[in-house]
Write a protein that binds this ligand. Structure first.
Ligand code: WQD
Length: 334
């Protein structure tokens, strides 16, 4: 069985859908700190499949052990964790406790029950100010500019030290670029609590008139139109990358690191224009000062994942905009 922590969350839920579609036996744990129970029903509706669920906090060691005692777990995908960059600057302790102590508790329980196949949800943020563009996995990491990114950096280090101490662990670290969009059904999608930090959730709320206008954080970067350039990847492409990562662990031993991105860089204005073209909705915006900690350009070289996982992103920026808007249209408020 595959244990998915944070499986009711944005990327977790899309990955559970793909796991179930592949006929895998899945156990989800989630404490609904940044997700909702209804998502679990949506997953069942999309896949017409069932799965086990425990409403627990992965920091609760006793309850977590119970999951391992009651089930034959073969591998674990760890999505659980807080992920808002801005919030992490305000509440660093919450982020270090939840993301790092949570991962440590999970890994220690896995060790106790001899479960040693682990897929970790990391982030391109670990590259800090990228050494080169496009970014390859051998680029230096570090220099993270916020506690959220630093938790990802530290957990990667923990995994490397763990593997060095005991190479019977099989680990895949997946460095996500910018996940956007939603499942085509419109039943699951991104619902950040409160005012969104990220670009796409903000754009869809402006298009649906829940927010007045988009603030574009700076148009004086050294990019083609002065606005920030990122590697946006459809969340379903990202989810499918996890299936490939599990398949890798079924046949190879070791610790592996992969960028999950499209290899294409799009600017904020590219995103706004594409969204307007695809949806027919206007996205009024104003140019605002740069956001603290932002970098000008960040996009991946996804060659390694293509070669070693036989994985590549296939969905376009248009698909991402269409699916993101479809989710909001189908789910009203948010
Ligand atoms: C994208 C671009 C902004 C909002 C972060 C984390 C990363 C992952 C994704 C969790 C930038 C611009 C944004 C707005 C804007 N998080 N922007 N107005 O900062 O690249 O990455 O979120 O997994 O780990 O580091 O994503 O969507 O916040 O910003 O102009 O209201 O959009 O300046 O150029 P980011 P983002």
């Amino acid at each position: 069985m595959i244990l998915v922590t944070g499986g009711a969350g944005y990327i977790g839920s899309h990955t559970v859908v793909e796991l179930l579609n592949e006929g895998k036996d899945v156990i989800v744990i989630d404490n609904f700190s940044n997700s909702k129970k209804q998502t679990l029903d949506s997953i069942k509706k999309i896949t017409n499949k069932d799965f086990k669920f425990y409403e627990i906090d992965y920091l609760d060691r006793e309850k977590l052990e119970k999951v391992f005692k009651e089930n034959q777990i073969d591998s674990v995908i760890n999505f659980a964790g807080f992920k808002a960059v801005g919030e992490s600057v305000i509440k660093p302790l919450d982020y270090y406790i939840n993301n790092i102590s949570g991962a440590l508790t999970l890994l220690d329980v896995m060790k106790k029950y001899n479960v040693k196949k682990f897929v970790f949800s990391s982030s391109a943020t670990v590259y800090g100010e990228p050494e080169k563009i496009p970014i390859t996995e051998d680029c230096k990491i570090g220099g993270t500019t916020n506690p959220y990114g630093t938790t990802k950096l530290y957990i990667e280090q923990i995994l490397k030290d763990l593997y060095k101490s005991d190479n019977t662990w099989d680990i895949v670290i997946l460095r996500y670029f910018n996940p956007v969009g939603s499942h085509e059904s419109g039943l699951i999608g991104e619902e950040p609590n409160g005012i969104p930090n990220n670009l796409m959730p903000y754009i869809v709320r402006v298009a649906s008139r829940q927010l007045k206008e988009l603030s574009i954080f700076g148009n004086d970067y050294d990019t083609k139109d002065g606005t920030g350039v990122r590697d946006y990847i459809h969340v379903v492409d990202l989810a499918k990358g996890h299936i490939k990562a599990l398949q890798k662990l079924e046949k190879d031993q070791g610790l592996f690191i992969y960028n999950l991105g499209t290899g294409n860089g799009y600017s904020v204005l590219d995103m706004v224009k594409t969204f307007e073209k695809v949806t027919g909705k206007k996205v009024p915006y104003k140019i605002a000062p740069r956001r603290e900690g932002d970098i000008a350009t960040c996009y991946s070289d996804p060659t390694k994942a293509k070669k070693e996982l036989n994985w590549e992103a296939t969905k376009t920026l248009e698909d991402m905009c269409k699916d993101a808007w479809n989710y909001i249209e189908k789910n009203g408020k948010k």
